[in-house]
Design a protein around this ligand. Structure first.
Ligand code: SPV
Ligand code: MG
Length: 290
């Protein structure tokens, strides 16, 4: 079964797929062990991993390499955040071929101009593409995939850009007509109101994807009660959890002048060996080293 089919099955069965951000094969494995349905190959997280702002600096090749590495270490489907598609519809055609071959289950393409500016930053420059041009990108993506279950998800940034609900709804309808399998609507309002209102007003047939980072009260109970939402993406909690943990441990080592205290509170080296499949090396040594 293709990875796109796996996500669709999950949605058919459970009504909602829970997708966790990952920025490395290790975080992908941890998300899988925690029980998520799929991985979000987040552009924000990968940019942060490189210490860079999420403004189209990380290249498609860098992102693809990470998608491939995650696909090797986790059996979960990968929803690839391909930002604006790395250029125009021609770039999208190339990207979709590459991401499908890399083992992704889906791509999310956003309707901003290239280079984009990260969505949640206060006062960010948010410029949207003409609707016709973005429709062309969605048509190009849908025409390029070879697996009919590979999902093309169109993301509108109309609410992020402050253009209002009507613009967001009109764009989403146009993107559905262009062949999008789902619509991701993003919002940076601190409460769920804006997205809830969009979802209630949504008259399209395709389901909605949300990333409730800015409005964390939107829990799964509320999402299910709203209906129409097929995927919830926890967009940056892997990198934020890592930063929290590293800051805490590093500060304690500095203040304790040693590792004697933190040692009790962090995972053992054996746990990291487990995550690295070190036991497999031991088995293979017995089998193959003469
Ligand atoms: C990402 O995780 O890269 C996203 C979500 O696109 S956000 O950063 O909220 O725009
Ligand atoms: Mg992104």
């Amino acid at each position: 079964m293709s990875q796109g089919r796996v996500i669709k099955r999950k949605i058919e069965k459970a009504g909602l797929a829970h997708v966790m951000a990952a920025h490395s094969p290790l975080s992908a494995r941890l998300a899988e062990e925690a029980g998520f349905d799929a991985l979000w190959a987040s552009g924000f997280e990968l940019s942060a991993l490189y210490g860079l702002p999420d403004v189209s600096l990380v290249s498609m090749t860098q992102h693809l390499d990470m998608v491939r590495a995650m696909a090797e270490q986790s059996s979960l489907p990968i929803v690839a955040d391909i930002d604006t598609g790395f250029g125009n519809a021609i770039n999208v055609i190339y990207a979709v071929k590459q991401y499908e071959r890399a083992g992704a289950a889906a791509v999310v393409i956003e309707d901003k101009t290239f280079p984009k500016v990260t969505s949640l930053v206060a006062g960010g420059r948010q410029e949207l593409l003409r609707v016709e041009e973005f429709e062309g990108k969605i048509r190009a993506a849908a025409a390029t995939r070879t697996d009919k279950d590979f999902l093309v998800i169109a993301r509108t940034e109309a609410l992020i850009a402050g253009l209002g609900e009507n613009e967001a709804l009109n764009r989403a309808l146009a993107y559905e007509a262009a062949g999008a399998d789902m619509i991701l609507v993003h919002s940076k309002q601190k409460t769920p109101d804006e997205v809830e209102s969009f979802v209630r007003a949504w008259s399209g047939k395709v389901p909605i994807v949300i990333v409730p980072t800015a409005y964390p009260e939107m829990n799964e109970e509320r999402i299910k009660a709203l209906g129409k939402i097929a995927i919830v993406i926890y967009g940056n909690h892997a990198i934020r959890a890592s930063v929290t943990a590293m800051k805490d441990v590093f500060a304690r080592i500095v203040s304790d002048r040693g590792i004697h205290n933190v040692n009790r509170d962090i995972v053992s080296v054996e746990e990291v060996f487990r995550l690295q499949n070190m036991d497999r090396v031991k088995t293979d040594e017995k089998l193959f080293l003469a």
